[in-house]
Design a binder for this molecule. Structure first.
Ligand code: NAD
Length: 492
């Protein structure tokens, strides 16, 4: 999809002028609730899912869930169709609202992510009923909802994650309460308000998707602990994953990654370069699945660097990389470990280049350069469009370094190769949830490859790319000695 960024900026400026100011940034809860009904139980109808209090949100979602349980499957599909329609039709306005609020990523990709999730997130068609028939009758295996799910979403894709989660969770018959990242709370709140407002208007049910409009760590913990939260789904870094697993509830954890790329001597280097730029530069490297560091075998290393330049990336030299590292990598925590500097996360390649002391056109999507394997840009999940390239003796050395850089997250790994033995070796060694061969990272989510789309990839807890099935319980319904219509009539 092609977008003219200037045109989009102008359109959004006009739209923002027409819709007026966004919800308040912090503290002013009254501004959110001033024009709405009292916030508990069925009295919360008309709130359109927007709450400051976790208890009130969960109560409203619980009521919505009970009402939703009386809906037919075709009505459930209508609810999902409304979310899809808004995500697609309002992708420009909402995507740019997210860009304006978070200040990270690329406008064109903020828009595209919402549109694509609206189009491709799997719904109720994902379910199939399993049956066992035999001498003892018939058993049906069906998928049932959990109830109200508590979800935590990241700043990197605030409304997109809510949108994908909502489609999957509601397809499973659940309701959801979301505690978004504080830096993406306004677009999260506005998106949820729009989804509920339309669902309420068209189908008479409100608060199926609730959002905490002033989210904090305390409200996240309150959500985890609430007795009416049946299941937790968190999408974010290591701290929130640990917090969810400590909650004592079943948790689906879509955790951090640091996806390594290996390029061996059999690879199509031009295709590898184009793929690495497409994946590594998308939304300025904010995707958890995005290419973060590249290990290239020595015999094709220099050719690969040339292929990257041919494909449009700009190479930084050692002194420039050192200057960038000084600014973009900081030391944090009691152990003084390296981390990405917030001022550079999700910023354009031109901003990174400027920090390195080079002027490049704004149209450049990615900067890159040679580092050693111990460089902080290799070990840190940088989420910015600078990729370190490390020279490997051979493919075994490249795979060994890739495994080390992935930190055992078992999230995503990528190889460019025509040698199936090398692919197999790397697949086994890294043991990641997603393993991509000869394409950009997003091909593993059905965007240029096979499979379905989700923005919550649950590696640590093992559900993989989440789908409507992830958010359902298995139930078995058995009929004893009857309804197996195939067999001898004398046995019945
Ligand atoms: P983050 O970990 O800072 O925040 C994620 C969410 O968790 C936010 O809502 C935040 O408020 C909350 N949170 C953080 N610490 C918490 C705690 N101790 N208790 C309760 N809640 C807490 O991450 P981010 O910067 O928003 O997003 C980027 C991270 O998310 C990266 O590590 C990326 O890999 C990961 N991510 C993973 C997936 C996936 O599908 N596996 C998808 C997107 C992002």
């Amino acid at each position: 999809m092609q977008f003219d960024e200037n045109l989009i900026r102008n359109v959004v400026a006009q739209v923002m002028a027409e819709v007026g100011p966004m919800p308040p940034l912090s503290g002013d809860a009254s501004a959110v609730s001033a024009n709405t009904a009292p916030p508990s139980g069925s009295a919360a109808v008309g709130r359109n899912g927007v709450f400051t209090d976790v208890g009130e949100a969960v109560t409203a979602a619980r009521h919505a869930f009970e009402e939703f349980s009386r809906f037919s499957m075709s009505q459930r599909n209508e609810v999902i169709a409304i979310i899809r329609r808004i995500a697609i039709e309002q992708c420009e306005e909402l995507g740019l609202m997210e860009m304006e609020e978070t200040g990270i990523g690329r406008p064109v990709h903020k828009i595209e992510k919402l549109k694509t999730l609206g189009e491709l997130s799997p719904g109720t068609e994902f379910f199939s009923t399993q049956a066992f028939a035999g001498d003892k009758g018939l058993a049906l295996i069906q998928r049932a909802p959990f109830g109200v799910i508590g979800a935590i979403t990241p700043v990197t894709h605030s409304l997109p994650t809510i949108t994908g989660n909502a489609v999957s969770m509601l397809a499973g018959g659940n309701a959801v309460v979301v505690n978004p990242h504080p830096s993406g709370k306004r677009v999260a709140t506005e998106g949820v308000r729009r989804y509920n407002e339309a669902i309420h208007r068209e189908l008479g049910i409100d608060n199926l998707i609730c959002v905490i409009s002033e989210p904090t760590l305390e409200s996240a913990n309150e959500l985890f602990a609430h007795r009416d939260i049946a299941l937790i789904c968190v999408t974010g870094g290591p701290a929130v994953g640990r917090a969810a697993l400590r909650s004592g509830k079943r948790a689906i954890v879509a955790g951090p990654g640091n996806p390594p790329v290996v390029v061996d001597e059999t690879a199509d280097l031009d295709l590898a370069a184009q793929s690495i730029i497409q994946g590594g530069a998308y939304d300025n490297n904010l995707l958890c699945i995005a290419e973060k560091e590249v290990f290239v075998v020595d015999s094709v290393f220099d050719q690969m660097m040339e292929a990257m330049q041919r494909a449009g990336a700009v190479k930084l030299d050692a002194a420039q990389i050192a200057r960038l590292t000084e600014k973009a990598i900081v030391q944090v925590g009691e152990d003084n470990h390296d981390a990405a500097c917030k001022d550079f996360i999700g910023r354009d390649a031109a901003v990174l280049a400027a920090a390195a002391g080079v002027n490049i056109p704004e149209s450049v999507e990615l900067v890159f350069g040679e580092t050693d394997e111990d460089h902080p840009f290799v070990s840190v999940e940088q989420m910015m469009p600078f990729l370190p390239f490390v020279r490997a003796r051979d493919v075994d050395h490249a795979i060994e370094m890739a495994k080390h850089a992935e930190h055992g997250f078992r999230h995503t790994a990528i190889i460019h190769s025509r040698n199936v033995r090398n692919m197999t070796k790397m697949g086994r060694a890294l043991d990641t949830t997603l393993f991509v061969k000869n394409g950009p990272c997003m091909a593993s989510l059905g965007l240029g490859g096979e499979g379905y789309l989700s923005f919550s990839i649950a590696g640590p807890t093992g559900e993989g790319v989440t789908s409507p099935v992830t958010f359902t319980r298995e139930r078995r319904c058995s009929m004893i000695d009857a309804l197996n219509v195939v067999g001898s009539p004398d046995v019945v």
